[in-house]
Every structure is written in structure tokens, then in C-alpha cells.
Design a protein around this ligand. Structure first.
Ligand SMILES: NC(=O)c1ccc[n+]([C@@H]2O[C@H](COP(=O)([O-])OP(=O)(O)OC[C@H]3O[C@@H](n4cnc5c(N)ncnc54)[C@H](O)[C@@H]3O)[C@@H](O)[C@H]2O)c1
Length: 389
């Protein structure tokens, strides 16, 4: 079968993930790129050759006959419009997380994929993290019994660099960091716990980055990571408008009875997602999530802390999210070309966004519990059946 010809909408920043398509044995090449920022188009041509097509308007990509599929790697608030347009043009879509920034937006994308029978794939690369796959394997083996409780602490040392200097800092563009960052973790919790959130309650606030020096609104936001931007209150050139929280805590009641909590902080000195899954015969936790990391498993009772019964040492790559990025891009290409089954799921992506959206609503409205609305059963069946009909 011939190479899948890929167009990249949003070809700077995360758009670079599409480059892993060239490593896929399933066969793909990059033929077109779109960005509203000229230096990203120049870098794209430099990377893929002068003969790739480049443009500023994404419609020019989805209307091309020589583009078989698209990556949509633009900011979160553009996902809905661009994904629906691409699906309606019959182009299979690799869409970065979060699926959209509202539940209604997510459901409109899923409906467009269902109606057009055009393949939709979500960039939930944590479903290819070695640490996540190992935790899933241990849980599925029954070693720690039936899971009853899940906790996740998420420390983000680069929060001030990445999320408080450009579009991420405003609700109208990101809704909440419970989507931008949390959609990953909520998805992992759902996947490993084997269920989706039914009810969510939240508490959180903006307390650090609103005190930092701001850039002028005429200056382009620079979200690059710099270790010297420390401590958090010494950040400069933060966004003129910041109305998202830098500390988020939610509690989730899953449909299968499992109870979960997720805590996310953007002003910690270190970075880690530390999950704890607690079952009826033990618990496990991850120390590190990509690169060299460990999974600690505790199965004997003992009244001290930090002495696991078993340690699984993982040796992931340091780059490309521990090697998850080439794997997820390969999965997309095999899904489009051969209908291969996927670790990722648009349905799960919708339910992680729905939990983040309503978790944010809860914390903004006095911590009231929110119930996740169910999706049309026809859509559930379609996506549970790997988008076959
Ligand atoms: N899965 C992951 O590990 C991961 C990591 C980082 C980012 N992301 C996701 O990737 C997406 C992009 O994030 P980013 O940090 O690269 O964003 P970004 O702000 O750097 O923008 C990405 C690209 O989109 C272009 N763009 C913006 N508006 C456009 C428009 N109207 N038309 C055409 N091009 C436009 C930008 O110029 C840039 O080239 C987000 O949805 C983010 O959540 C995922």
C-alpha cells in the first residue's frame, strides 16, 4: 500500500510529533503544513524539504487531494472547528488532546466522525507510556486485588513557563488546566480503573502566577521552558490576562464504584505524575513516568513506608515522552491504513474532558458535585467498535 500523505495543521510546537510518521514501518510521508506563524512554516520546509506545501489557512490543507490524513496540533480552542471541518472533508484526523474545551464541542466532533464515517484518533500519548502500560499490566493481572481507590499527584515545575504566558492562561482558550494537563491523567485513571467518572467535585484557585510581572499585550507570548525561571514568583512576561487556576484538586466517583482523586500543582520545584492504585490485596505506585522510572508494588502488610515487595525498573528513552510519541504516531497510521485496534479512544477522550470541564465548574461554583452527561448510545457503540460499522 502506498505511503499515507500527511498534512499538519499547526506545524510548530507539538506539530513536530507528526515527524515520527517518517519512522513508521506502515509507511507515511509529510506533504503539507499549516501555521499562522511564518517562522514555523520556514522550519517545516527546512525539516521536510522545499517541495512540501505550506499555508496559513487550514482550509487549504483539508481541500487538497494529495493529503490523505491530517494532524491537528493547534491550540485547544481551535480543535473543534478544525477537526469537524477535516472530518467533513473526509480526512482522517490525528487530533491532539484535549478533544475540545467543552463537552458540547467534544460531542459535536464525535458526531461529525460518526456521521461522515471518517476516522478520528486522539493524541493521548500517555496510553503509550511504559510506566502506564506496566501499571495496567500489574492491575489486570490481579496482583493487587480489585482496585477500590486511585490517587494521582501531578507536580509541574514548568507550569509557569508553559501555561501562564500565552493562550493557555485564559478560560476562553483553555477552559481549565484540568483539560490541558488533566485530560491525560483523568484518561489514565479511567483506563486503568476500567470505568468513567459519574460524579466530580472540585476545589482549586489561582494564587501564584497572578502576582508575577506581565508582558505587554502587543508582545507574543513565549512559552519556552527555562530552568532559571525560579522561584515561581520571579517569573516575568506572564500573560496580560490570567483567569485559570494554578492549583486544581478534584475527586471523582467512577461508575464502577472506584473512588479517585487528582491533585495538580503548577508551581512545584519538580515534575512528576505519581499515581497510586489501591486494591483489596495491595497497592502500586510509579516513581517517575518516562525515561528511567520504577513501579513499586506493595503486597505485604508492614507498618513502615517506602519498602515495596517488588520493584519494576523501566528504561524508557529520555526523549519523545519516553518513546511514546513514535509509538502513538505509528498506531495512528496503522489505524488509518489497516483498521488496527488502538490503545487510545475518542470516547475516553470525551469522558476525560467532560470530567475536567465539570471539575472546573465545580471548583468555580462553590465545590458543588457535578454529574457527567451520558453520550448518545449510538456514538458509544460506534467508538467502542473501533469506528467500524
Ligand atoms: N500530547 C502531548 O504530549 C502534548 C504536548 C504538548 C502539546 N499538546 C497539545 O498540542 C496542541 C498544540 O500545543 P502547542 O503548545 O504546540 O501550541 P502552540 O501555541 O505552540 O501552537 C501550535 C501551532 O499552531 C499554530 N496555530 C495557532 N493558531 C493557528 C491558526 N488559527 N491557524 C493555523 N495555525 C495556527 C501555531 O502557529 C503553531 O505553529 C494543544 O492542543 C496541546 O494541548 C500535546
Amino acid at each position: 500500500m502506498s505511503n499515507l500523505r500527511i498534512g499538519v495543521i499547526g506545524c510548530g510546537g507539538r506539530g513536530n510529533v507528526a515527524g515520527f510518521a517518517l519512522q513508521s514501518k506502515a509507511g507515511a510521508r509529510i506533504v503539507a503544513g499549516c501555521s499562522d506563524y511564518e517562522p514555523h512554516l520556514e522550519a517545516f520546509k527546512e525539516k521536510y524539504g522545499d517541495d512540501v506545501y505550506t499555508c496559513v489557512d487550514y482550509q487549504d490543507i483539508i481541500s487538497r487531494d494529495d493529503v490523505d490524513a491530517v494532524f491537528i496540533t493547534t491550540p485547544d480552542f481551535l480543535h473543534e472547528e478544525m477537526a469537524i471541518a477535516a472530518l467533513e472533508a473526509g480526512k482522517p484526523v490525528y487530533l491532539e488532546k484535549p478533544l475540545a474545551i467543552s463537552i458540547e464541542g467534544c460531542d459535536r466532533i464525535l458526531k461529525a466522525a460518526y456521521k461522515t464515517k471518517t476516522k478520528l484518533f486522539l493524541g493521548h500519548n500517555m496510553r503509550h507510556f511504559e510506566s502506564v502500560l506496566k501499571m495496567k499490566e500489574i492491575i489486570d493481572s490481579g496482583q493487587i486485588g480489585e482496585i477500590q481507590a486511585v490517587w494521582c499527584r501531578h507536580f509541574i515545575d514548568y507550569g509557569g513557563d508553559a501555561y501562564f504566558k500565552d493562550w493557555h492562561s485564559e478560560k476562553q482558550y483553555a477552559n481549565s488546566l484540568l483539560l490541558q494537563k488533566g485530560a491525560h491523567d483523568i484518561d489514565v485513571i479511567h483506563w486503568l480503573a476500567g470505568s468513567y467518572t459519574e460524579r466530580v467535585v472540585g476545589m482549586g484557585k489561582l494564587s501564584v502566577y497572578d502576582q508575577c510581572a506581565r508582558r505587554h499585550e502587543s508582545e507574543r507570548g513565549d512559552a519556552s521552558f527555562r530552568d532559571e525561571n525560579w522561584p515561581p514568583l520571579e517569573q516575568t512576561k506572564c500573560s496580560p490576562k490570567i483567569d485559570i487556576e494554578d492549583h486544581n484538586m478534584i475527586m471523582m466517583q467512577l461508575r464502577n464504584g472506584i473512588q479517585c482523586s487528582y491533585l495538580q500543582c503548577h508551581y512545584t520545584p519538580d515534575t512528576c505524575r505519581n499515581y497510586t492504585f489501591i486494591g483489596t490485596k495491595g497497592r502500586l505506585e510509579n516513581i517517575g513516568d518516562t525515561g528511567n522510572s520504577q513501579i513499586y508494588v506493595y503486597t505485604d502488610r508492614h507498618s513502615s513506608f517506602g519498602t515495596p515487595n517488588q520493584i519494576f525498573q523501566l528504561f524508557g528513552q529520555d526523549q519523545a515522552h519516553g518513546g511514546a510519541d513514535p509509538n502513538i504516531v505509528d498506531e495512528f497510521i496503522r489505524f488509518v491504513k489497516f483498521n488496527d485496534l488502538t490503545n487510545t479512544s475518542p470516547l475516553a477522550a470525551r469522558n476525560s474532558v467532560a470530567t475536567g470541564v465539570l471539575g472546573a465548574a465545580s471548583l468555580r461554583e462553590g465545590n458543588v458535585p457535578k454529574v457527567i452527561p451520558e453520550l448518545d448510545p449510538a456514538l458509544v457503540d460506534y467508538f467502542e467498535n473501533n469506528q467500524q460499522w
